[in-house]
Design a protein around this ligand. Structure first.
Ligand code: SF4
Length: 464
């Protein structure tokens, strides 16, 4: 599926809950998924486990469109997993919605994953050649199949075996029998954390999901760690292969919620710091600095603090645009139909404006934004970007345009500035972005900025 949006698109969000008080888990999973909705809006599902009996409800659309209070009430069991999906592998159809569940030798198993397996075509081909049939086109079904075939030797063995075969990014939750399991890939490319309160254990993609149900953050699941939760509490195991931690730096740039803390780094602080560093790297004489809502706002505040250029709210976002909203045509936009972001003329008119965005992908949105600001009377428009030029696609669960559509992969800075129509365009350096994370360690995947992929990508996975 070629990606037409002018942003990297979110991936998926997962959650798993084990209720120690033996009450139903479904309502709590619902609230966690609500907090994770930004990670996927195409489909949603909740699978609950009542003493090994699993019921799995899924639908296309937002959580509030798929589940009602009565449908959540009907889901019984003190253990459950949930998923919000943005399609990065497989089609966007109900069959591919997660969690997936199977019945294997009398055992019901449900699994939900966030990530992308780069060698899935090879593994799937081998399995199909040996007679395995698949119901979906997802990576997740391949993971579930590999897990089930070794379950007779125990969950730890089954997970270790499957993780030796799959390569890529994954953060998955499984429920079977009386257990909840969480696994994070050896690089820790996708986030996963653990929360707890007196009544529940929670495993979730982001810490904002723990806050949603009043659970305390305990810690992040370590790269290559397996967590098993049952009536004996939480136990931790390690996958055999040890590699260098490579958390996706784009989680901090754009994907994650600002109130989440991932691997010890608060997302808001990382964005704010990137603005401060941008101000040091790219000082611009201006009357006001504004941010592109929502992810550009903390960087704009940071830039203002460091540079002394006053911060202003220059763009107002309409939050009520749903999936079914009829987008205006190009012609209507040229005639001034501004739907999603409307400029605040009182802040913009007659001013030299710095506008900060989290990233530039194709450049089409930036071009429109600059034109909008000029139309609102800006004297000068300087576009500053709180991440380095995006020059390459992602193979780890993030939907990215082909390289030929990435503006920075195909144009010089002068050409980008001219194409976007700004007075100037500048990016934070990669070193600056890493410094904004507050650590000097090389613990991030930065491949979309420098093409240094943490693992080899099989030829048949490369999209171009
Ligand atoms: S390539 Fe970019 S988006 Fe993909 S995991 Fe690495 S940093 Fe994240």
């Amino acid at each position: 599926m070629e990606h037409l949006k002018d942003k990297f698109a979110d991936e998926c969000g997962v959650v798993g809950i084990y209720k120690k008080d033996k009450k139903n888990a479904a309502k709590f999973i619902y609230y966690c998924l609500f907090a994770l909705q930004h990670r996927g809006q195409e489909s949603v599902g909740i699978a609950t486990n009542d003493n090994g009996c699993i019921v799995n409800e899924k639908g296309m659309g937002l959580l509030s469109e798929v589940f009602s209070s009565s449908s959540v009430e009907e889901l019984k069991g003190n253990i459950g997993i949930g998923h919000v999906r943005y399609t990065t592998a497989g089609e966007s159809i109900l069959k591919n919605a997660q969690p997936l569940d199977v019945l294997y030798k009398g055992k019901q198993i449900a699994l939900a994953n966030n990530g992308n397996i780069v060698n899935v075509r090879n593994i799937r081909g081998i399995l199909e050649d040996s007679g395995v049939v698949f119901n979906t086109t997802t990576d997740t079904e391949v993971i579930l199949n590999l897990f089930a075939r070794n379950i007779k030797y125990g969950e730890i063995f089954a997970i270790k075996e499957l993780c030796q075969l799959i390569r890529g990014s994954y953060a998955f939750v499984i429920t079977l029998e009386n257990k909840l399991i969480g696994v994070r890939d050896v690089y820790g490319l996708r986030p996963l954390c653990i929360g707890e309160n007196s009544k529940s254990y929670v495993v979730a993609s982001e810490s904002c999901a723990l806050d949603a149900i009043g659970a305390q953050f305990v810690r992040d699941v370590e790269p290559g760690e397996i967590i098993i939760i049952d009536e004996n509490g939480l136990k931790s195991y390690k996958l055999d292969s040890a590699v260098k931690r490579k958390m996706c730096i784009f989680e901090y740039v754009y994907f994650a919620r600002p109130d989440s803390t991932l691997d010890g780094i608060n997302v808001y602080s990382a964005r704010y710091n990137s603005g401060r560093i941008l101000a040091k790297e790219v000082p611009v004489k201006a009357d006001v600095v504004i941010g592109v809502p929502d992810s550009g706002l903390p960087a704009a505040i940071g830039y203002s603090k460091e540079s002394g250029v006053p911060y202003g709210v220059g763009l107002i976002k309409n939050k009520y645009i749903g999936r079914t909203f009829i987008q205006p045509s190009q012609r209507m936009r040229e005639e001034g139909v501004a739907i999603k972001l409307n400029p605040l003329k009182e802040v913009i008119a007659g001013k030299r404006v710095i506008i900060i965005d989290d990233s530039i992908v194709r450049g089409t949105t930036s071009q429109k934004l600059v034109a909008t600001l000029r139309h609102a009377g800006a004297k000068e428009v300087h576009l500053l970007v709180a991440s380095p030029p995006v020059i390459s696609g992602c193979y780890f669960g993030i939907d990215t345009p082909l390289k030929k559509h990435l503006i920075a992969a195909n144009m010089s800075l002068e050409e980008i500035t001219a194409a976007i129509g700004a007075d100037s365009v500048a990016y934070i350096s990669l070193e600056g972005l890493i410094e904004a994370m507050g650590t000097k360690e090389d613990v991030f995947c930065t491949a979309c900025f420098d093409e240094m992929y943490p693992m080899e990508i099989p030829y048949n996975t490369l999209g171009e």
